[in-house]
Structure formats: structure tokens, C-alpha cells
Design a protein around this ligand. Sequence first.
Ligand code: LGS
Length: 467
Amino acid sequence: MNNNNFTWGVSSSAYQVEGGWDADGKGPSIWDNFSHVPGNIKNGDTGDIACDSYNKVEEDVYLLRALGVKNYRFSLSWSRIFPSGRNNSINSHGIDYYNRLIDGLVANNITPIVTLYHWDLPQALQDIGGWESSTLIDLFDSFADFCFQTFGDRVKFWITFNEPQVIAWAGYGAGTLPPNVNDPGSAPYRVAHILLKAHARVYHTYDDKYRASQGGVIALCPNIDWVEPKTPSDPRDIEAADRYLQFLVGWFTHPIFKNGDYPEVMKWKVGNRSELQNLPSSRLPVFTAEERDYIRGTADVFCFNSYTSKIVTHSTTRLRPFSYEYDQEVLTKVDSSWPSSAITGHRAVAWGLRRLLNWIKEEYGNPPIYIIENGVGIKTKSDVDDNTRIFYYKTYIDEALKAYKLDGVNLRGYNAWSFMDSFEWLNGYDPRFGLHQVDFDNPNRPRTPKRSAVYYAEIIRNNGIPL
Ligand code: LGS
């Protein structure tokens, strides 16, 4: 590959690797409290110690350097920095930790990509309503402002929200993830509205106060599954697939990368126009003209996470009233002929990534694109030979590079999920997504590179798949 600026990296998030859940003055987050309730997490696992990265800065940086990555994407734990979520109490130990990590990365020529919010809201802010409260817009902005001020001399790549749709749907619709609000009617739409405003506010704060002196980029990071129409010759299935993508991702990226507003199909299906269809009245909040101007253009690059692909078919029956499945008349499922990854219901469909990259290029005018998470979880502790993961990376990276080299997609970087085995939310420590194995039975949490780490390091050295 002739582009030496292409950036290869690995990704993680604070709650999944740090541990030190109450160390040195850190406040509790909604994930600390949720994982402490027996029965919530598989095998009774918690992130209390996780990979103990809080105590392993030097070792983690050493492993990153050995991999040869150009960047490391991690997140900041809000309640480690502001234990109560507010800037009236600042935890200097938490700041020291992130300073040591960032300094270690920079000293080794590894660019930090820093996510401001990867799901671990300070509990104190959940207590005042969490993302259902517009007060969070101010509070998130003041947290972000502090982070820009404190770390922005060395951090030049910021992500506001990881997978905002998961925050809205899983947190406030299905209620499967904390704060477990089960309100599939309108709550996810209200939460998304607040997340979009919070994202835009933080973007403008960066623009107004820091961009000139710090010169970085800022984005948000939705998750996107590629979808194929079940019957490619059936226009209704094609439309259903498009509708799925608009409800899944356009929800956030249409306002930001297009016109400051939700996709037309969302306004038609769940906005005011739904009254014309004799459906429940609008659940989609409305932006004022001023807000649309404020939101439009608030990302410098297009980041996303992707793991799998699905099949979509049109359906004439509404699956769930007030729905949760993209309000649709859309059925999604997996194609049983696609190779299964080790995760139930999660197929490894590498060519879906190429199509997805082309869709982003067409839909949003070929912005600079970063794949921030891609990888496979394997449900076993003894994945020593690691063939499934090597195959996954080889085929997915190959398809991403086809999009880049052959299709003219403006792809700038690829990050593997994950740097190391870590706490996988409701699934605890099984499945394993890591390029490094972590021994969670050992209090020292030793890390061992897997064969996939060696393979990925070769890809990085070769700046593409080795011949
Ligand atoms: O750990 C998360 C990874 C792993 O797979 C990361 O924090 C998230 O940003 C992201 O959602 N991640 C992810 N998503 C794909 C869905 C995997 C389904 C796992 C199901 C296990 C039974």
C-alpha cells in the first residue's frame, strides 16, 4: 500500500480493561453498580479488576509497541476524573493515570485516539436522570472541556460517544444495559436527541476554544452492521434494507453529515407524519432551525464499529408496536449459509464490510473514514491456535483494503477489537476478543500475545496483508 499515513491500531474501553473500580478516589459508575448485582453478568463476573490496566501502564504500552500499532484507541472513565460527574470534585490520581498512559504512548510514537464516553456514566449523574436529562448536555460538555484542556496538548483525535445507538436503545429502549430503562416507545428517541445535542456542544467547544491551538479532529462512533436485502430483485426488500440503515445509523449520522436533521424515512415513520398513517403520534423530537445549523457538520471524520452483517426483508406486519426493531416492517436475521463466528447469531461476513464502506462513501460524500472496532469474540478460554481470529482479520482487512484501493473509499485507518481479552459487558470474560490472552484466574492478570497478535503485527509492518 503506498499510503504511509494509513493508521493501524487496536481498541479498548475504560470499564472493560482498567479495573481499579474504586481505586484512589474514583467514583462509582452505572457499570460498577450494575455488575455488582448478582445475576446481571454471566458467571457473576465484574469489571472490578478487569485486565488491571489501571496498574499496568508500562506493560500495556510495551505490548502496543511490540505490536507496532500507530494508534491506540481507549476511553476515559468520567468518574475516575470527576468522581461525582461534576467539575467541583477532581480526582488528581485519575488524571495522573491518564497522563502516564498518554505520555507513554506519545513517547513511543503511538497516537492516542480517546473516547470521552464508552458507556460508564458516573452513577451520580444517573441519579439525576442520566441521558434522559438535558442537564447532561452541560455536564458532558464541562467534562469534555476539562479533558481537552488537560490532555489536548497530546491528544489530537477525540471521539465523543461510542455507539450512541446502543446507549439509546439498549440503555433506554430494550433496557438490557444500564441504566435498564425499558421504554421502547419514545425514550430512545428522546435520549438520542440529547446525545446529538451533547455531541454538537462538545464539538463546538473544541472548535471555539481548542482547535486553533491544538489542531485535532473530533467525531462520534456509531456501530453499523451491513444489511443485505433478502431478495435483491424485490424493491420492497431493498427499501427495507435502506430503512434499516437509516434507522440504525442515519439516526445519528444524517444530522451530523447531512442536513442537521433526522432521515426523511424516520420522520415519516416515527415523526409527525406518522399521524398520516394512523400510527401513534410522533415519537421523534424535532430540532429547531437553529439546532439543525448547530448540529450539521459536527464531525471532522467518520468513525464506526462493525462486526457482522444481516439479512433484511420487508414485512407487512408490525413486529412490535412502538417498536424496537427500527419501527419498521423490517425483519432482520442472519443468513444460515454465512460462516458463523464463534458467537451465536453473529456471522463473519467480510464482504459486508466492503459494501458498508461503499455505502458510507456514497451516502455521505466520501468523508475520511476510520474503522474503530472490528473483531471476533470466541467463546473459549483456550483459543491457543487462534485460527478463527486470524481468518476473521485476514478476510475483513482484505475487504477493507479492496474498498480503499479499488473502490476509492477514503479509508484512513483500521483498528482491531480488541487489544486484549477484556470484560465483554453482559457476557463477562467469555467471549474473548483479544489479540492478547489475559489470564483472569491470576491476580496479576498476565498477558500473552496470541498467534493473531503476531499476524496483525505482520499486517502492520507490511502496511497490508502480507503476500
Ligand atoms: O466490547 C464491545 C465490542 C465487542 O463486540 C465494545 O465495547 C463495543 O463498543 C462493541 O459493541 N462491541 C461488540 N459489538 C458487536 C456485538 C457482538 C455481540 C456479542 C454477543 C455475544 C453473545
